[in-house]
Design a protein around this ligand. Structure first.
Ligand SMILES: Nc1ncnc2c1ncn2[C@@H]1O[C@H](COP(=O)(O)OP(=O)(O)OP(=O)(O)O)[C@@H](O)[C@H]1O
Length: 318
């Protein structure tokens, strides 16, 4: 079995959820009272919404939690009727626990149309005696007011540096490898407070055996191709000085080499929607400049010239 750290280190108790103290205290008070309102968990990806819902269910129901928890994804392409049928099938069976209700966790609830949400609201009412809903979404404003007004809204925020780095250190200790502060800072910087992304990057970097900031930026570049795409499109559109600032950031702050950047641009451009002839010319330019650097050309001079060449390609074709 593949050992995926985000699953291995997924919080099992509410106290394991980091950086969300206020929310956790609110949820603990519900656990203490043995009842729950419907809830909305709103916030960016990888901040612990699903994990908190599972930890909450474990605290409420103990070992039998799985029988009392249904996770559904609102972006299920088979539609709202399938989602409602799943809810009905689950809600029809009486809860096996003492508290008298079960939990339905609906991920990406803000992807549902207003009509689908209205249908869901009727389902919520129908089964209130035996179910509580937790809606997970990026933006609570995309949930229709009649559902919002029936829920307590808890907001999840990107993790702060200290909390994230503490958790990463703990994982590193448990996995028995060393990671220095600069590398942790680099992971935090590229994660945007997304703990899933941070853990995935750390796992990827650990498997390379080269735990250092430049490698982290390089690996995360493979995970997030946006920076490379930006570099190409800024150059193509003639925004040379913006492209140059981004290039400097990659060379200096991220510690990437010219060859790393050229390879990143190469894999990013494959899926880019740009005119075919431009794409061909850029691919030829990437090969040429990779060769020049490999023959001893300096990163700075060659990379500036590469951006200039791409700008030129962009201006050639109308
Ligand atoms: N606040 C947190 N405390 C501890 N671990 C966390 C936290 N947030 C995320 N993680 C880690 O990241 C993984 C993904 O988190 P989770 O699935 O809970 O995020 P999410 O907010 O539901 O994201 P999405 O909106 O993308 O579904 C977890 O398995 C866990 O390892």
């Amino acid at each position: 079995m593949i050992n995926i750290w985000t699953e291995k280190y997924r919080p099992k108790r509410l106290d394991d959820v980091i950086g969300e103290d206020e929310n956790i205290n609110t949820l603990k008070s519900f656990v203490k009272n043995g009842d729950l309102p419907h809830l909305i968990f709103a916030g960016p990806a990888g901040t612990g919404k699903t994990s908190t819902a599972i930890a909450l269910t474990i605290e409420l129901f103990g070992d039998d939690w799985k029988e009392n928890f249904l996770e559904l994804n609102a972006s299920d392409e088979r539609g709202i009727d399938i989602i409602r049928n799943n809810i009905k099938d689950f809600a029809k069976i009486r809860p096996s626990n003492k508290l008298g209700f079960k939990i339905i966790f609906l991920d990406e609830a803000d992807q549902l149309t207003n009509e689908a949400q209205a249908a869901l609201r009727r389902t919520m009412e129908m089964f209130y005696s035996t179910t509580r809903f937790i809606f997970s979404c990026n933006y609570s404003s995309k949930i229709i007011p009649p559902i919002q007004s029936r829920c307590v809204v808890l907001r999840f925020r990107p993790l702060d540096k200290e909390a994230m780095e503490r958790k990463l250190r703990e994982i590193a200790k448990n996995e028995k490898f060393d990671i220095d502060d600069d590398s942790l800072d680099a992971i935090y910087e590229i994660s945007d407070g997304d703990m899933r992304k941070a853990i995935n990057v750390m796992q990827a970097i650990q498997s390379t055996g080269e735990i250092k900031p430049s490698k982290i930026y390089e690996i995360s570049g493979e995970i997030n191709k946006n920076e490379y795409k930006n570099l190409i499109s800024l150059s193509l559109n003639g925004a040379f000085s913006d492209a140059k600032s981004l290039l400097d950031k990659m060379l200096v702050d991220y510690g990437l080499s010219g060859i790393d950047i050229i390879r990143g641009m190469h894999s990013a451009i494959r899926n880019e929607r740009i005119a075919n002839r431009q794409k061909l010319e850029i691919l030829i330019a990437l090969a040429e400049f990779e060769f020049r650097i490999s023959q001893g050309g300096s990163d700075n001079v060659q990379m500036d010239a590469l951006l200039a060449r791409i700008s030129y390609i962009g201006s050639e074709i109308t």
